[in-house]
Design a protein around this ligand. Structure first.
Ligand code: NAD
Ligand code: MG
Length: 391
């Protein structure tokens, strides 16, 4: 039996992971963690006969405990309990919490030397070098789950990374792709929260419309594959059928194609290093008819330009970038700032740090990253207040 823990079990990636696990009989579910969706978490824990169910919120302890009464499933609550779940012996762990909250649980899982399937891209953006070092130190294996990164990883099987010239990540362009530039400032949460091709959590869907998701993925690719920033390209590809392309020094390009279904990259990480059968729709290229590509317009997507700056600066820039983006996104979702203000807030927060000369030093521990994250959230909130006063 393979012992498996799923962080963020009630989310979009978590649910897809459990859908795959439900089809197997060689799996024992160790811990499932979630947030406020207590009823769903309890349902999943029962269905998968988990040993432990954890909610990230202390106030959800009692309802979760009641929902699981008589099942023998252990219950815990709070951010510390989520991290603790990562220390429970497991062979394979899905890291699918959204945001920097996924960082510490991922580190805990790596410390037991297991396979960690990483959907939580924020981990690599905020603490890439530390995360990889932690994996190495404990003999753990990090596998990419982000569809583009899984695609690159698959295209690299049997290849020498030194032979790679370029890595191209595709982007659908999100829900606002065809909106005129002048209208973008007026986009609402509902407008930005509708994705043409992928069914995902609300936060990543809005990040897809602003291209902050791709900006994060560029940094994620740099960290995960050890690439130079100028090796990484982004192409708008409205059909979301080609997930990434790897260009080699002999001029060949290897593309990864498939239907947009997260169960493919999740399943690849689950079956790795084998290729097991997966219940995903087979791509019918004749039915698809065409594959379109276009270069992204950086005026439209300032997030991509900011990703370039973050990689150039290095040090703590990734952690500050991510924290400012999360705060900006919170405020957009709450209707306090406009769609285009999100990039403005992130840019102003980075500029604030630059003016104090405090971005260059790379954090040396998880604790330092968490402290930078907390401080950057405060400063981003201050930037939002200052922009509000200036408006
Ligand atoms: P989601 O919002 O659907 O689910 C997030 C999960 O994290 C939920 O279980 C939620 O309860 C939990 N969570 C939220 N805040 C938490 C906190 N503070 N502490 C502990 N748990 C918390 O998100 P998602 O779309 O499944 O994305 C999860 C991660 O995977 C993100 O990092 C995202 O960027 C990445 N990702 C998602 C997709 C996708 O298709 N959804 C694709 C690629 C990468
Ligand atoms: Mg992706």
């Amino acid at each position: 039996m393979r012992r498996i823990t799923v962080f963020g079990a009630t989310g979009s990636v978590g649910e897809s992971t459990l859908d795959l696990l439900a089809r197997r009989d060689d799996v024992a579910v160790v811990a499932l963690t979630g947030g406020r969706q207590v009823a769903r978490l309890a349902e999943l824990a029962r269905a998968h006969r988990a040993e432990l169910a954890v909610t990230a919120h202390e106030e959800c302890y009692r309802p979760l405990k009641e929902a699981l009464a008589g099942t023998g499933i252990a219950v815990a609550a709070g951010p510390g309990a989520v991290v603790e779940a990562g220390y429970r012996p497991a062979d394979w762990v899905m890291s699918a919490i959204v945001g920097a909250a996924g960082l510490a649980p991922g580190f805990a899982a790596l410390s037991q030397g297991c396979i960690v399937a990483l959907a939580n891209k924020e981990s690599l953006v905020t603490a890439g070098p530390l995360l990889l070092a932690e994996a190495r130190a404990h003999g753990a294996t990090l596998l990419p789950v982000d569809s583009e990164h899984s695609a690159v990883f698959q295209a690299l099987v049997g290849e020498d990374i030194a032979a790679v010239e370029t890595v191209t990540l595709t982007a659908s362009g999100g829900g606002l792709r065809d909106w005129p530039l002048e209208r973008l400032a007026q986009a609402t949460v509902a407008d930005a929260g509708a994705h043409p091709n992928w069914a995902m959590g609300q936060r990543i869907t809005i990040d897809s419309a602003s291209m902050f998701n791709k900006a994060m993925e560029v940094i994620e690719a740099r960290e995960f594959f050890g690439l130079d920033p100028d090796q990484i390209r982004v192409l708008i590809h409205p059909q979301s059928l080609v997930h990434a392309l790897v260009g080699f020094r002999d001029g060949a390009m290897m593309a990864h194609l498939g239907s947009p279904d997260m169960r493919h990259p999740i399943g690849y990480a689950l079956n790795w290093p084998d290729r097991g059968a997966l219940p995903v729709a087979r791509l019918d290229l004749a039915a698809a008819g065409r594959l379109d590509f276009a270069a992204p317009d950086l005026r439209r997507y300032p997030a991509l330009r900011l990703a370039g700056e973050v990689m150039r600066i290095g040090g703590a820039a990734g952690a500050v970038f991510n924290a400012a983006k999360e705060i900006a996104l919170d405020h957009f979702i709450e209707g306090q700032i406009g769609f285009l203000d999100m990039a403005g807030v992130v840019e102003d927060t980075l500029a604030d740090y630059m003016s104090r000369g405090s971005l260059g030093n790379a954090p040396k521990s998880l604790q330092e990253v968490l402290a930078i994250d907390a401080e950057a959230r405060r400063r981003a909130a201050e930037v939002i207040r200052a922009r509000g006063r200036a408006a």
